[in-house]
Structure formats: structure tokens, C-alpha cells
Design a protein around this ligand. Structure first.
Ligand code: AHM
Ligand code: MG
Length: 284
């Protein structure tokens, strides 16, 4: 990454940090569904659309950003002549809002046009709207967690995956899992504690905090699982790998994914190296 890219990436992180309190302030009264669906057929909530508009305005306005793509919009949007492309899942796990459970925002920064390979990623970040608003950023220089106060002040600490894993969270319904994944899950649940919120950001954040494994596996009738390669899988895999962990789609690092469809899906397994190695062996 060139120095100028470093400055540009910092601008993207600043825009995300500025958007986060605005997105959070918009949750009240926006847990309901609109009449619209996104490109992968999910019913959109008012909060999904609101978060997307805020991010598009703030990130799209940056000189360094030429393309903006959102899980909530079918096509990549041209937002200028800048060299960077940004992918966002504006409000990950938004259905959690109706139960007042956590949600997040996921963002990827690429130095290539979208859709782009995980190897074109130069930085990634997520925001977790939990009891606190925190932002975790990753670049080639490492992973940092910021706590964002309501007045925008930020404190930071560096993040690395703990060596001793403690927690796991697996998506989907057990009857929909494959035999191989079910065997793996059975072994893991005898070793680790279940922590599953239904928001990928919150569940991966627990893995980064305590060590462990998060997975949304391929399902019997849906071999590519649920999570979106560009918007969710690649950025979260980058963050976990930058923090010292591993990712796989069952065969290789999620960062080797090179989606030709912006809205494609992939199975994903993230966490401590040994647990991801075991997943690869189990799914072989
Ligand atoms: P969303 O982006 O439409 O909110 O869906 C993605 C979410 C992830 O945050 C989470 O890991 C997964 O869906 C949970 O799905 P499930 O309820 O099937 O376990
Ligand atoms: Mg999502």
C-alpha cells in the first residue's frame, strides 16, 4: 500500500466513525419492514436503507473513493475518480433491531474495481452497535479497536486473537447442516461455549475478544450458505487474519475468493488457526 493510500484509507475509517453515531441514532422507529427487497431477496428494513444513505453520502463524498457498492443496492455506484472501491453491508443483522439485540456495519476497501478479489483488499473495518459503539479497523499494519463516544471522541487499543479459544457461534439450523459440518460442530460444542447473536459482526467480535470460531457453513440445500462474499465474508476474513487468525471457505482462505457476481454467497469459517484447520479437514 502506498503512503497516499494510507491517508485515503484513514479518510474512509474517519467517514465510517462519523457515520456510526448517526446510523445508531436512526434505529429508533426504523425496525419495521419496507415494501422493498434487496438484490439477494431480503426484505429491507427502514434502518437498512437509512444506514446505506448515510454511508453512501459520507464515503461516496471522499476524493479517494471511485466506487461504492452496498448489499442493499443491485449495482456498483460510480461516486468519483478516486482509486479506491468501497463495499458496505450497511446494517448487518438488522433483523436483531426488533429484539433490541446488536447489529453492525461491515466495510471493505479495495484498490481495484468491484466485484474484487479478497487479495485486492487494502483495509477493512466493522462497527458494532452494542452497549457501546465500537469500530474495529484492519490494515496491513494490524487491527485496532476504537470506542466511539456520542460526541465522536475515540479511544483505541490494538487487537490480536487470544491464543486460547473460548467461544463458538454457528449459523443456520442444525437439520440443514451437512453431515461433515455436524460432526465438526459436535466436537466443538464439547470444547467451547456457545455465543451466538444472529449478527455476524457481534459474533465475530466475540471470537476476536475471547478466541474461538465463527461459521456460517454451506447448507444441504444451499451449498454456498447465507453470507455474502463481497460484503460480509471477505472484509471479516481480512480482519480476523490480520488479528492473527485464519479463515476458510472449507477449502482455502476466504481472501482467495474472487467473486464475479457482486452479490454471491460463500460458506465461511473464521477464528483460531487450529480450529480453522480442523474445519478444513472435517469438510474435506
Ligand atoms: P443480513 O445481512 O440480512 O442481516 O443477514 C446476515 C446475518 C448475519 O449477520 C448473521 O451471521 C446471519 O445473518 C444469521 O443468520 P441465521 O439467523 O440464519 O443464523
Ligand atoms: Mg449482513
Amino acid at each position: 500500500m502506498m503512503m497516499s493510500d494510507g491517508v485515503a484509507v484513514a479518510d474512509v475509517f474517519d467517514a465510517l466513525a462519523a457515520a456510526a453515531p448517526e446510523i445508531r441514532a436512526g434505529f429508533a422507529g426504523r425496525a419495521g419492514e419496507t415494501d422493498d427487497h434487496n438484490a439477494t431477496g431480503d426484505r429491507q428494513l427502514h434502518a437498512d436503507i437509512h444506514a446505506d444513505e448515510i454511508l453512501r453520502d459520507r464515503v461516496g463524498a471522499l476524493d479517494a473513493v471511485g466506487e461504492y457498492a452496498s448489499e442493499e443496492a443491485e449495482h456498483v455506484r460510480d461516486v468519483g475518480a478516486g482509486p479506491l472501491s468501497v463495499s458496505v453491508d450497511p446494517l448487518d443483522g438488522s433483523s436483531n433491531l426488533s429484539a433490541n439485540n446488536p447489529t453492525g456495519t461491515i466495510l471493505g476497501v479495495y484498490d481495484a474495481p468491484l466485484p474484487a478479489s479478497g487479495r485486492d483488499l487494502v483495509a477493512a473495518a466493522y462497527v458494532l452497535y452494542g452497549p457501546l459503539t465500537t469500530m474495529v479497523t484492519a490494515t496491513a499494519d494490524g487491527v485496532t479497536r476504537y470506542t466511539i463516544a456520542s460526541d465522536g471522541r475515540r479511544t483505541d487499543e490494538s487487537v490480536s486473537l487470544p491464543d486460547d479459544p473460548t467461544v463458538y457461534g454457528f449459523g443456520g439450523r442444525v437439520p440443514d447442516w451437512t453431515v461433515d459440518f455436524t460432526d465438526y460442530a459436535r466436537a466443538i460444542k464439547d470444547e467451547l461455549k456457545l455465543r451466538y447473536s444472529g449478527a455476524m459482526v457481534a459474533d465475530v467480535n466475540q471470537v476476536l475478544t475471547y478466541g474461538g470460531v465463527f461459521a456460517y457453513p454451506g447448507l444441504r440445500d444451499r451449498p454456498r450458505g447465507k453470507l455474502r462474499t463481497q460484503f460480509e465474508a471477505i472484509p471479516m476474513a481480512y480482519i480476523v487474519e490480520a488479528a492473527g487468525g485464519s479463515s476458510t471457505n472449507g477449502a482455502h482462505s476466504v481472501l482467495d475468493a474472487d467473486p464475479d457476481d457482486l452479490h454471491s454467497r460463500t460458506p465461511i469459517y473464521l477464528g483460531n488457526d487450529a480450529l480453522i484447520d480442523r474445519a478444513e479437514r472435517a469438510l474435506d
